[in-house]
Design a protein around this ligand. Sequence first.
Ligand SMILES: NC(=O)c1ccc[n+]([C@@H]2O[C@H](COP(=O)([O-])OP(=O)(O)OC[C@H]3O[C@@H](n4cnc5c(N)ncnc54)[C@H](O)[C@@H]3O)[C@@H](O)[C@H]2O)c1
Length: 244
Amino acid sequence: MNFKGKTAIATGAASGMALLFLQKMAAAGANVVLTDVNQDAVEAAAEEIRSRGGNAIGVAVDVRNYSQIEHAVNLATEKFGGVDFLMNSAGGAASRIWSQPDFGTASIESIEWCIDVNLKGAVLFSRAVLKQMCERRSGVIINMGSIDGVIGGSIDNGAAKSGMIGLSRGLAIYGAPYGVRSVCVSPGPVLTRPAMANMKTLLGHAARPDEVVELIMFLCSDKAVSITGCNYQIDGGRSCATGS
Ligand SMILES: NC(=O)c1ccc[n+]([C@@H]2O[C@H](COP(=O)([O-])OP(=O)(O)OC[C@H]3O[C@@H](n4cnc5c(N)ncnc54)[C@H](O)[C@@H]3O)[C@@H](O)[C@H]2O)c1
C-alpha cells in the first residue's frame, strides 16, 4: 500500500502495535508522529525511522492531558500539513499492568488509570484531530478495542474497550458527511508479549502484531472507503471459544 504524502499519528507508540503501525506507515511513504508517555522511547524510534529515510517525529504525550495532545497535533500540522490517520492505542488492561487481577480489591487509582488512558484519552485525541480532518475531507480514526469489550473479561478494561466501539460509531456518524471514517479494532490475544500465547482461542493461537497492523493499514487505505462505524474482531475465534 502506498501512503505517500499522508500523515499518521498514534498514541502509545513507544511499543507494540502502534509502533509497528507507524514503522510500516513510514515504510509505505507516510509522515509519522509517534506519541507516548515514554518520551525517550518515541524519540529513539522516530530517529530510527529517519535513519532509514522516513519522515518521523517523536512527541511526549500523556493522553490524559489535553494540552499535550493539542501540542502534538499542532506539531504534526506545522511539519506535515495535517493528520490523515489517528490510531488510538495507548493503554492496556490495568489488571495486568498494575498487577491487580481482582477487580473487587483493585486500587481506585488503577481503575481510573484504565478508563482514563484506554477510553478518555482516545475521546480527547479524536476531538483534537476531527475538526481538521473534516475541513480537509480526509481522515480515518482507528480505535483499539479488545475482545474484553465484546465478551467481558477484565471489568474496567471491558468497560473502556466497549466504549471504544461506541466512540468509533459516534465518530463515524459525525465524520461521514466529510468523508472521515472511524473503525474499532478489537483483538484477542496478540503476541506483543509472549504470555499472550497462553490465552485460549478457537484457532489455538494468538495473533501476530503484524496481522493486526496489516488489517489497520487496510482500513486506513482507499480500499476500505466504504467501511466505517464498525468493530473488527481479530481474536482467533476467542469469542466463540468462550461461548459468547
Ligand atoms: N496485546 C494484546 O494482546 C492486546 C489485546 C487486546 C487489545 N489490545 C489493545 O491494543 C492496544 C495496543 O496494545 P499493545 O500490546 O500493542 O501495547 P503496548 O502495551 O506494547 O503499549 C502500550 C503503550 O501505551 C503507553 N502508555 C501508557 N500510558 C499512557 C498514557 N497515559 N499516555 C500515552 N501513552 C501511554 C505505554 O508507554 C506503551 O508504550 C492497547 O490499547 C491494548 O489494550 C492489546
